[in-house]
Write a protein of this length. Structure first.
Length: 272
């Protein structure tokens, strides 16, 4: 899983420090993004990552003066060392969820975070989680997407915190930034940088709608099979996973079940 992507420098303002936590859900590891305006000594750190194998020490060593730590969402592989890094650097941690903020107010939609002329606009993009945000870096025409868009494959809508209706709306909002000319490239929180942002987002929308069609077909297939005692409501998502994700490695079935639960909730909402 690791070795395909190792981070590096991107544009005039971006540097990715790859955390050593590769896996089926994290791909090559978590991308810790360090953003600095040319000529400035201060940076913004986005998603300082997990505690694994000295990642905190490496981020501390390579970032110098940090003005603020920002989180795209609360999952531990993004947020675990945030408070410790902020303490070392003498700065605040900001997130959409107040529970993950340290010494500062929560982020607000369309707020601009400005550090020595480096301007990041907050774009709330719920779906993967309720507190997911992306960051627009206009000077690079880049969107830091967190886990809403990954460098390879597609993301999990982590039911019940994540919701598919919100996910669709957020991807459409991201797509509108491409249409408006504000975004050309996506810097994700896992996997490589993505050019042609519009094509990527179109794929995300098409893929999720295709999955919904597959879930509908699986429900019809299961309904046609004889079940002497029926399928319980709690058992149903796993049975759908067994049909829809039959050709996917079973190591990701638990995550797939979260997405299926979100899809089933979405379909119920559409029917009501």
């Amino acid at each position: 899983m690791s070795g395909d992507w190792s981070g590096g420098e991107f544009g005039e303002r971006g540097r990715c420090l790859l955390a050593p936590n590769p896996g089926p859900m994290t791909l090559d590891g978590t991308n810790t993004w360090v953003l600095r305006e040319p000529g400035s000594s201060r940076s913004i750190v986005v998603d300082p990552g997990p505690v694994e194998d000295g990642h905190l020490d490496r981020v501390d060593e390579l970032t110098g003066d940090v003005a603020v730590v920002l989180l795209t969402h609360h999952h531990h592989d993004h947020s675990e060392v945030a408070a410790d890094l902020a303490e070392r650097k003498g700065c605040a941690v900001r997130a959409l969820d107040p529970a993950f903020c340290v010494g500062a107010d929560p982020l607000a939609d369309e707020e601009v975070v400005d550090v020595d002329g480096l301007r990041l606009q907050v774009v709330t993009t719920p779906g993967h989680t309720a507190d997911s945000v992306s960051f627009l870096l206009p000077a690079e025409r880049v969107l830091l997407s967190g886990d809403m868009v990954l460098g390879r494959g597609t993301t999990v809508v982590a039911h019940p915190d994540g919701r598919l209706g919100a996910y669709f709306e957020s991807i459409e909002r991201m797509r509108s930034l491409v249409t408006d000319g504000a975004v050309e490239t996506i810097w994700p929180a896992h996997g490589p940088v993505l050019g042609e942002a519009g094509a990527v987002l179109d794929f995300y929308l098409a893929h999720r709608r295709q999955r919904l069609d597959q879930v509908r077909a699986a429900l019809a297939e299961l309904a046609d099979q004889p079940h002497p005692e029926g399928i319980s409501e709690d058992e149903l998502p796993r049975r759908v996973v067994e049909v829809v994700y039959a050709d996917v490695d079973r190591s990701v079935w638990d995550a797939a079940e979260l997405s299926v639960r979100a899809q089933l909730a979405y379909l119920r909402d559409q029917e009501s």
